[in-house]
Design a protein around this ligand. Structure first.
Ligand code: NAI
Ligand code: MG
Length: 353
């Protein structure tokens, strides 16, 4: 397993260090990897003047999977557009055609009080949002702002081809097959033709997945249902824009930004794995960051890029154990639990493995 490791900026290097220690501790249990480090984001701008240097692009191409910390920070906010750290991530997504974004929202029973919803509504929540990442209104042409009849008019184009819908649909059906076998496709077919096609293609695909129960929901209702009765969902699949909004909404049900992993996959199953949070410059370099989202991202890497389901579950179970034992970084701390730093959380997870 050749893994391209991209620590990035802010807390990135600290959470990546602890995650690599966890993977290191699993050598011999089928986790035999070679880590190749590369620069991305602000760190890459500082060293080379570019957020995505050629050497990083090359390593990204050669690797079987990519593990990323986070990029960005106030230092680079005033830099010109072509030197913005986030261009590094967008560039890799585009280069590798990472069209499928998988974002689980899991509420661990020990963290039930962290949610903005009542414990009885969210306890045991375990949903997976599959968001299309390379199409939709975010990329459709034409787009712009023009003058029309003496005023400015803004316009964007919502567009999806049948093949784009089919490939994200397949990822979602496959994921549902590995989980609770329920897939809810979210669209706005009553108003938008693009999403009528989305629904039609999902229905056609469902013939290949008789074991998965497909349902449909309009996006406005889905937004309501996520806060009314989120546990009705297993896997949700939707386009880029609806998925952007719904996945952020779902992540807040768990209340803990430091716990949420993500995967972005391409058609060959190659993926980039990263925590959902950013580079947290306010706590960088202080041994305060929660490394669990990054470790859970590494678990997704073992599951989706290397088919190592048992080893993925081993990391996830170790995380559950340390939470049950009361270990907490600052972001998930409550009185009565045991406050630890980034490195000590790494130690605890390794001991639990
Ligand atoms: P953020 O997610 O970095 O931080 C938001 C808040 O959550 C902060 O108070 C931070 O301390 C806390 N936090 C985040 N991750 C944590 C962790 N693992 N453990 C404990 N606390 C944690 O979002 P923010 O502040 O909006 O952005 C900071 C920088 O990160 C910006 O430059 C932004 O562009 C970048 N960013 C990068 C992303 C990426 O690399 N994928 C995604 C989102 C933001
Ligand atoms: Mg978003």
């Amino acid at each position: 397993m050749k893994i391209c490791v991209l620590p990035g900026d802010g807390i990135g290097p600290e959470i990546i260090d602890q995650t690599l220690r966890v993977l290191e501790a699993m050598r011999g249990d089928g986790v035999n990897f070679e880590a190749e480090f590369a620069l991305v984001g602000g760190a890459a701008v500082d060293a080379t003047g570019k957020p995505l240097p050629e050497a990083t692009s090359r390593l990204a191409d050669e690797a079987d999977a990519l593990l990323l910390g986070a990029v960005g920070g106030p230092k680079w906010d005033s830099y010109p557009r072509d030197q913005r750290p986030e261009l590094g991530l967008l560039g890799i997504r585009k280069q590798l055609q990472l069209f499928a974004n998988l974002r689980p929202a899991i509420l661990y029973p020990e963290l039930a009080n962290a949610s903005s919803l009542k414990p009885e509504i969210v306890a045991g929540l375990d949903i997976l949002i599959v968001r299309e990442l390379t199409g939709d209104i975010y990329f459709g042409q034409p787009r712009g702002i023009r003058e029309e009849n003496g005023e400015r008019v803004g316009f964007n184009t919502m567009i999806y081809s049948e093949s784009e819908i089919r490939r994200i649909g397949k990822v979602a059906f496959e994921a549902a097959r590995k989980r609770g076998k329920k897939l809810c496709s979210v669209d706005k077919m009553n108003v938008l033709e693009t999403t009528q096609l989305w629904r039609d293609v999902m229905i056609e695909l469902s013939a290949d997945y008789p074991d998965v129960e497909l349902t449909h929901m309009l996006v406005d209702n889905a937004a309501m249902q996520l806060v009314r009765a989120p546990k009705q969902f297993d896997v949700m699949v939707t386009g880029n824009m609806f998925g952007d909004i719904l996945s952020d909404e779902a992540s807040m049900l768990t209340g803990s930004i430091g716990m949420l992993p993500s995967a972005s996959l391409n058609a060959e199953g190659k993926g980039m794995y990263e925590p959902s949070h950013g580079s947290a410059p306010d706590i960088a370099g202080k041994n305060l960051a929660n490394p669990l989202a990054t470790m859970l991202s590494a678990a997704m890497m073992l599951r989706y890029s290397f088919n190592l389901e048992a080893q993925a579950a081993r990391i996830e179970n170790a995380v559950k154990k340390v939470l049950a034992a009361g270990y907490r970084t600052g972001d998930i701390y409550e009185p009565g639990t045991r406050r630890v730093g980034t490195k000590e959380m790494g130690d605890a997870v390794i001991a639990a493995l």
